[in-house]
Design a protein around this ligand. Structure first.
Ligand code: ATP
Length: 884
């Protein structure tokens, strides 16, 4: 095998292809061969886009106006020979950069680990059997199966195609699908015309196919362009942007105020110019919440990681935020709200009614009838449902019976095993696979009685095909179907058609006439128990749940009631939706919780109508056709297990367990994360403002600064390394899923929060200043008074942290001890305060002095005052004004 020369694979015939790639399209490669090829040519993946080096990332942290100001201050203080100040300011710069770097890389790591979870699977033939593998393990010569919704995992030469259509916009920009063929093409065929090739990164829109891998990794066409396909994008979110913008505005305002104060103090007060300059700088540094955006990204990213642990892979940070405000969950029924473990319970042929015993896929049970009369149609029925089928029954290593493929197919294989009749063998010649847009499947097969088409599908569709068949009494069968559906059974109609022995290809037109009816099957699919709980939880949280299903309205209503979505018998069908205009649909949509007989196209209109009504909408989907609705939804949710790659690409979130409950869990996590971001802001702003107030007030009052510049910088530094981390790990508040969803576009900082910021800042700054003045007046040394003030500010911050931890209730409650990190960081902070108060070298650097024991009561008592005042204000506010 030639390793690096790019070959004209499209120009080769299949025999040459097999020879050159040393493979066999029937058996695939042998595992040993695969190992050798993997060792030789490497994995099938694109090189990572060059990552930023650590140094570059650290340097980036210095690119910030506030840091420029600080660097300028370091240089100026050095020049005026204030070496200690210069060193401390320099330290602040470095510590800030390191914290920023640490937070950013932690966020990046969290996102990278998510990216690794987004691996693409490929179905290959190896050693003669069909297996699913991680697409990275593909090598040249591998035989790959392609199904609708698959992402083509490597460059593949097609060797078999059944209506195979591939959308290649990732490569060519052309969004119309291209129909693929098998025959060799001329040597000079250009890329866009190579219709016997499927290229890595493109996606199968319909049909099925088989191909041989001819290029992998960077050698693929997409690899040559080197574009990453699956990427966790966007570190920025509306929230971080809003805060970054907000932070910038504060910076500008603070700098302007600082300049004004500097000028004022220079002319009207007699501070030493060096100290004044430093105080103003310290005020700027202290008042600006420079760490805010980084800590927010970290909270969001760690949130993403937590969600992944709860089976929800969120692909970008903005979605974490949006999740918190979701007001409607639109969910597929089968497999998400129900178990997707189908069992046929009833069969009705035109001759007899049968009930089937046994549950699940184990072929244990009987097909029982009321009479013992022989029914030739039963045998035909069983043969039809076994043949128009893409599933296989097997026992896993633990002896449990399971199926491959669709449960709606699998349950018929189990059914066929439950009969005593011996069903004849058939050979499949062609097929129309099942698709929810036309809702049936058909197989052309040859058997004992020649060639037949076997069809199974939704009753409405099959009944339409039977139009013109005089023996078929549609009214009667509709009633039968209705009866089954009312019991929550999923109903499948079965038919067949005898065709000529020359027939080779099957098209939709072939099943539209002259078919014979064989009967109905009623299938049960029990609801997931946890889904029932989660529907209730969502409803309590003010989130409506809507069920979208391809099933019959009566089946859907019965299941909707069981799950608790529906209180009445109201369901709307896809057909009814089709007949409505967008405005009409938006008007009535809020009245319906169950959408039946829907097609994927209906989903898009449902999303649009809900969004028109101002709802923040989540929508689930798994098929190729669901992609537009998933993209349009505020939160598109794809199924990790049964979802196609295309649907995963189009979505914001992937459920690794396909479970409805996971969506509700993710919403809860989204609300928690949003709360914590908000709490961080609500914590950082007042405490930063307090530092600014102290400097401003002393300048205005013309008193000596109660905190020296380096002391202010110390406060800034130690609180940045400690308590600002507390909210990353803050658990959800008790009422997180009792509240209504956050309103769309609601302001991050309401007037109430601005009020809170000011009064908390005023208490901390005011008490600090007053105590300082009283102490100095009473003969205490400046150093001692300042050390007390320093501790007042830090303890004020620490106590206030506990106010903010619980915004919606009393701070002292059962969950007080749930956030260990909050206590650890407070412990560290107290340690640091003891160090600055008692360590001799700290005295030299920070001009602090040891405190006698009794003086500690002042900061602790005043911290308590902050705590009690805020708790009282929160209580009054809850009681009399709003929901805060
Ligand atoms: P959802 O997953 O959105 O809840 P669904 O799985 O119930 O929807 P579809 O898969 O679109 O809906 O199925 C619609 C109807 O098509 C079913 O009610 C059933 O009558 C029929 N049907 C489903 N799967 C098959 C199949 N494999 N073979 C034949 N008919 C099928």
């Amino acid at each position: 095998m030639d390793d690096d020369a790019q070959k004209n694979w499209f120009a080769k015939n299949i025999d040459d292809l097999q020879k050159e790639l040393k493979t066999d399209i029937e058996l695939g490669l042998a595992e040993d061969e695969v190992k050798e090829r993997l060792d030789e040519f490497g994995e099938n993946k694109l090189d990572d886009i060059k990552k930023e080096s650590t140094l570059k990332k650290i340097i980036k942290q210095f690119h910030d106006i506030i840091i420029y100001v600080l660097i300028a201050a370091t240089i100026i203080t050095f020049l005026i020979e204030h070496y200690i100040d210069s060193a401390v300011i320099g330290m602040v710069v470095i510590v800030n950069a390191l914290i920023g770097y640490f937070q950013e890389s932690k966020a990046q790591k969290a996102l990278d680990s998510i990216r690794n979870m987004l691996s693409v699977e490929a179905t290959v033939e190896r050693d003669g059997s069909r297996v699913e593998i991680d697409a990275k393990q593909l090598v040249r010569g591998d035989v790959v199966y392609l199904f609708p919704g698959d992402r083509v995992p490597a460059d593949i030469r097609i060797v078999d195609a059944d209506n195979l259509k591939v959308e290649e916009s990732a490569l060519t920009g052309e969004s119309d699908s291209v129909e693929k063929q098998v025959g060799a093409l001329p040597d000079d065929t250009v890329l866009a015309d190579r219709i016997n090739m499927a290229f890595s990164g493109t996606s199968v829109t319909s049909g099925t196919g088989v191909g041989v891998v001819v290029e992998t990794g960077n050698h693929t066409e997409i690899g040559k362009i080197n574009e990453q396909m699956t990427e966790v994008k966007e570190m920025e979110t509306p929230l971080t942007k809003q805060t970054a913008e907000f932070g910038k505005n504060i910076t500008i305002a603070v700098v302007l105020i600082a300049i004004a104060f500097f000028v004022f103090a220079y002319f009207f007060r007699d501070y030493e110019i060096g100290e004044l300059f430093l105080s103003v700088i310290a005020m700027v540094v202290g008042s600006i919440p420079e760490g805010l955006p980084a800590i927010m990204s970290m909270i969001l990213a760690i949130g993403v990681q937590k969600m992944a642990k709860r089976n929800a892979i969120v692909k970008s940070l903005p979605s974490v935020e949006t999740l918190g405000s979701v007001s409607i969950i639109n969910s597929d029924k089968t497999g998400t709200l129900t178990k997707n473990e189908m069992t046929v319970k009833t069969v009705i042929t035109p001759n007899q009614t049968y009930s089937i015993t046994g549950e699940g896929y184990a072929p244990e049970g009987e097909i029982q009838s009321e009479t013992k009369e022989k029914d030739p149609l039963l045998e035909k029925f069983l043969l039809a449902t076994k043949t128009a089928n893409e599933s296989e029954l097997f026992q896993d290593e633990n002896g449990r019976w399971n199926i491959t493929g669709e449960p709606t197919d699998g349950c018929f294989i189990t059914l066929a095993e439950k009969t005593d009749l011996s069903l004849p063998e058939t050979e499949e010649i062609d097929k129309i696979p099942f698709d929810s847009s036309y809702k049936y499947m058909a197989t052309l097969a040859s058997g004992e009685e020649g060639r037949m088409i076997y069809i199974k599908g939704a009753p409405g569709e099959i009944f339409d095909m039977l139009h013109g068949n005089n023996e078929f009494d549609r009214n009667f069968w509709e009633q039968q179907m209705e009866q089954m559906a009312k019991h929550g059974q999923r109903v499948i109609a079965v038919a067949y058609k005898k065709v000529s022995d020359q027939m080779e290809d099957l098209t939709h037109d072939d099943v539209k006439k002259d078919i014979e009816f064989l009967g109905l099957a009623g299938i049960i699919d029990p609801p997931r128990e946890e889904a029932i709980q989660s529907v209730k939880a969502a409803q309590t949280a003010g989130v409506q749940v809507k069920m979208i299903t391809g099933d019959h309205p009566s089946t859907a209503v019965a299941i909707g009631k069981k799950i608790g979505i529906l209180k009445n018998d109201k369901a709307i069908t896809g057909k009814e939706i089709d007949q409505m205009s967008d405005d009409e649909l938006a008007e009535v949509i809020e009245d319906y919780a169950v959408f039946a007989r829907t097609s994927p196209a209906n989903k898009l209109r449902i999303v649009k109508a809900l969004q028109k009504n101002g709802e923040v909408t989540s929508m689930t989907g798994d098929g190729v056709n669901d992609a537009p609705a998933l993209k349009k939804a505020d939160i598109g949710v794809a199924m990790g297990i049964k979802g196609t790659e295309v649907s995963k690409d189009a979505s914001n979130m992937i459920l690794t367990d396909d479970n409805f409950s996971t969506i509700v869990d993710a919403i809860e996590e989204g609300r928690r994360v949003y709360d914590n971001v908000k709490k961080t802001i609500l914590f950082l702003l007042p405490t930063s403002a307090a530092e600014g107030f102290i400097v401003m007030a002393s300048i205005l009052l013309g008193i000596s600064m109660p905190l020296s510049p380096v002391q202010l910088l110390w406060i800034n530094m130690v609180t940045a390394v400690t308590i600002s981390f507390a909210f990353v790990y803050e658990p959800a508040e008790k009422d997180v899923m009792v509240r209504k969803p956050r309103e769309k576009g609601s302001q991050l900082l309401s007037k109430y929060y601005v009020f809170r910021i000011f009064y908390v800042a005023a208490i901390v700054a005011g008490t600090g200043l007053i105590v300082n003045t009283i102490m100095v007046d009473n003969g205490f040394d400046h150093a001692v008074a300042n050390t007390v003030t320093l501790n007042i500010v830090v303890f004020g911050k620490m106590f206030y942290l506990f106010n903010v931890r619980n915004e919606h209730g009393f701070a002292l409650n059962k969950s007080f001890f749930t956030n260990k990190v909050a206590f650890i960081v407070c412990g560290i902070l107290i340690g640091l305060q003891l160090a600055i108060t008692y360590a001799p070298f700290m005295h030299t650097v920070f001009a602090t002095a040891p405190l006698e024991f009794g003086l500690w009561f002042i900061p602790i008592a005043l911290g308590l005052v902050v705590f009690i005042v805020v708790e009282m204000e929160k209580y009054l506010n809850r009681r009399f004004f709003s929901k805060h």
